[in-house]
Design a protein around this ligand. Structure first.
Ligand SMILES: Cc1ncc(COP(=O)(O)O)c(C=O)c1O
Length: 406
């Protein structure tokens, strides 16, 4: 059996998306800047797609800038706003659990004349709105806090951050790559000034996304060229990608969200029956498709490899880069000890995931965890004592040792 439970990393292209994209490769393949029929067709396809994406977040079409995806949009948001607002201030606020592209763009900015504050999160991965309020100074130009975290699945209260920023006259950017189409987003009512989206997390193609920029906001482009995308992102438009992105954005259904939520809860409940396991992220305020579980006394990578041999694809929440054995910054930010962070696996479902696949996964995880624990050097000399529990569980049900909600 092949079970793909790594939809947080990327998703399968929906067949109807592929159908929509296909003519853009070999029939309507014009350059959208060309004046002839081929060019006009491409332009019209982009315009239509822009409207679809804009409508889905209650924005205007000319507030959508197509890019190559989440990484580029986040870089454009942070660097573009920083450079366009140098005269107003030099302070940027982000959270400690942002995606690497936000963290590294911020690091780069901090080496280039800007000051970056990284806000702490609580044990669930939530930034305290009061802490954000306190961190804003008269030098602050931008706050960037993600909507939902890609590793632990926690959904953050962006509407609260948005209203604080609006009140303080500071721009608010959010990375919504993981939440888009799973949680309704209204950029107007949520006071969002800039927002990053991408297509490959929603059954669209890889290498395409957008940045929403509220009308009137000045931003400096990071790629200079022929002036495409309202002079903000030069480069011949990826017409098939853009068309596929719009098609994918319109596909989501309430029933799919409901189905993923039920299967996610079923998976979490069964996995937490394995002794010495814990759920990471918020028990309720979480993505409908995310289950992040730490298996004590186990190396996440071993579990991943054994699951892979059984045809099950998951990811670890621990090693964030092949060059580093450091645990994930997100797991450390929510307070996990290194050894617990290293035993973390992220299961991410999609609308295609079936109960049969989840049952198969539960049974294989049980089998492999038991086998690995029998030979685990970590387990030797370590007893599952009350002190151990107190040290490693943020909150737990005394009777079962499991998270109270599940
Ligand atoms: C929250 C988040 N932001 C940004 C990205 C990067 O997006 P992309 O792969 O489109 O560059 C991802 C996915 O990898 C993500 O999960």
């Amino acid at each position: 059996m092949q079970v793909y439970l790594d939809n947080g990393a990327t998703t399968k292209l929906d067949e109807s998306v592929l159908e929509e994209m296909r003519p853009c490769f070999d029939i309507k393949y014009g350059n959208a800047s060309s004046l002839h029929k081929f060019g006009r067709e491409a332009r019209s396809a982009i315009d239509k797609s822009r409207k679809v994406i804009a409508d889905s977040i209650n924005a205007e079409p000319d507030e959508i800038i197509f890019t190559s995806g989440g990484t580029e949009s986040n870089n454009l948001a942070l660097k573009g706003i920083a450079f366009a607002n140098k005269h107003r201030g030099d302070h940027i606020i982000i959270s400690k659990i942002e995606h690497d592209c936000v963290l590294n763009a911020s690091r780069w900015l901090s080496k280039n004349g800007f000051n970056v504050t990284m806000l702490d999160v609580d044990k669930y991965g939530i930034v305290d709105p009061q802490a954000l309020k306190k961190a804003i100074t008269n030098r602050t130009i931008l706050v960037s806090i993600m909507h939902a975290n890609n590793e632990i699945g926690t959904v953050l209260p962006i509407e609260e951050y948005g209203s604080i920023c609006r009140e303080k006259n500071v721009l608010f950017h959010t990375d919504a790559c993981q939440s888009y189409t799973k949680i309704p987003i209204d950029v107007k009512s949520m006071n969002i000034d800039l927002m990053t989206l991408n297509a490959h997390k929603i059954h669209g193609p890889k290498g395409v996304g957008c940045l929403f920029i509220r009308k009137g906001i000045k931003i400096t482009p990071i790629a200079h060229g022929g002036g495409h995308e309202f002079n903000l992102r030069s480069g011949t438009e990826n017409v098939p990608g853009i068309v596929g992105f719009a098609k994918a954005s319109a596909l989501h259904k309430k029933q799919d969200i409901q189905k993923m939520t039920e299967l996610r809860d079923y998976l979490i409940k069964r996995l937490l029956k394995i002794p010495e396991t814990q759920l990471n992220g918020h028990p309720e305020k979480r993505l409908c498709n995310n289950a992040s579980i730490s298996f004590h006394f186990i190396e996440g990578e071993s579990l991943l490899m054994h699951l892979d041999m059984q045809g099950i694809a998951v990811s670890t929440g621990s090693a964030c880069s092949s060059h580093s054995l450091e645990p994930s910054h997100v797991l450390l930010a929510i307070g996990l000890k290194h050894e617990i962070a290293h035993g973390t696996i992220r299961f991410t479902l999609s609308k295609y995931t079936t109960k049969q696949e989840i049952d198969y996964t539960i049974s294989k995880v049980n089998e492999i965890v038991n086998k690995l624990r029998e030979i685990s050097p970590l387990k030797k000399g370590m007893k599952y004592t009350k002190e151990y529990k107190d040290e490693h569980h943020h909150s737990h049900d005394e009777e079962t040792g499991h998270h109270p909600v599940f």
